[in-house]
Design a protein around this ligand. Structure first.
Ligand code: 8X3
Length: 257
């Protein structure tokens, strides 16, 4: 039996992309997997997939992490057997627009900051005290290469990922003296619905982002998350920065052909 077998994992933003792949990867390790997302209908298929993949238990629920009182109430009201979370994957996040900051719609900033920064904080605030009390736990936050280097027209998205980096570092410091681990997983370009959501459904524009590039797949990132979470309890992986072979940093890509 592996390290993650029977452990209880909570993945936010699990209805697609990295979150979904991560939930499946933990299920394959025999973990008990709780998944939430705004789109609960999309979690129903996932529930079956997780069971088939080998999850020791599955719990799905709807949650918009940007809504503070919903986060507090929903996580407090989790069924008794799902309250002791061993691994929290703060994956929920999004990008909106690619525009000059002085021309952008503030609604875009609010959505990104409310989900990527405040949402991560709300869920962390609700789950980590239990980890501290139980003397074990692991918080895995979804960062990005965007948190290391700002790219054109992405000031606010990059700012949210720089905030994630600072929050992960700060949380690790705050948890010193406890056995709770903190990891930031920081991928570059990953082929998910990320760009389609950024461009509000413009599939053609989204496809261009990945044109002639072999991007990372959600499963590649899920692999790294499961690897970090399955180290022996005294090992804290702080960050994993990962890109496709075709990406050097936020702005340098190799496009084939
Ligand atoms: C996603 C990476 O470079 O597409 O966080 O913004 S990037």
């Amino acid at each position: 039996m592996g390290y993650l077998s029977g452990k209880t994992v909570l993945v936010t933003g699990a209805s697609s992309g990295i979150g979904r792949a991560t939930a499946i990867a933990f299920a394959r390790e025999g973990a008990r997997v709780a998944v939430c997302a705004r789109r609960e209908d999309r979690l129903k298929d996932l529930e079956t997939e997780l069971t088939e993949a080998g999850a020791a238990g599955v719990h799905t629920f709807s949650l918009d992490v940007s809504q503070r009182s919903a986060v507090e109430q929903t996580l407090k009201a989790l069924p008794e057997e799902w309250r002791a979370i061993d691994v929290l994957v703060n994956n929920a996040g999004l990008s909106r627009g690619l525009m000059k900051v002085y021309e952008d719609d503030p609604q875009n900033w609010e959505e990104m900051i409310d989900t990527n920064v405040k949402g991560l904080l709300y869920v962390t605030r609700a789950i980590v005290p239990g980890m501290v009390e139980r003397g074990s736990g692991h918080v895995v936050n979804m960062g990005s290469t965007a948190g290391y280097m700002t790219y054109a027209n992405g000031a606010v998205y990059c700012a949210t990922k720089a905030a994630e980096k600072a929050i992960s570092e700060g949380l690790k410091i705050d948890l010193m003296g406890t056995a709770v681990r903190v990891t930031s997983i920081d991928p570059g370009m990953v082929e998910t619905e990320f760009s389609e959501i950024r461009f509000r459904g413009d599939k053609e524009r989204a496809a261009k982002v990945y044109q002639n590039i072999t991007p990372l797949k959600p499963e590649d990132v899920a692999d790294a998350i499961v690897w970090a979470a399955s180290r022996p309890p005294h090992v804290n992986i702080h960050t994993v920065v990962m890109t496709t072979i075709d990406q050097a940093n936020s702005v340098v890509f190799h496009r084939h052909g």
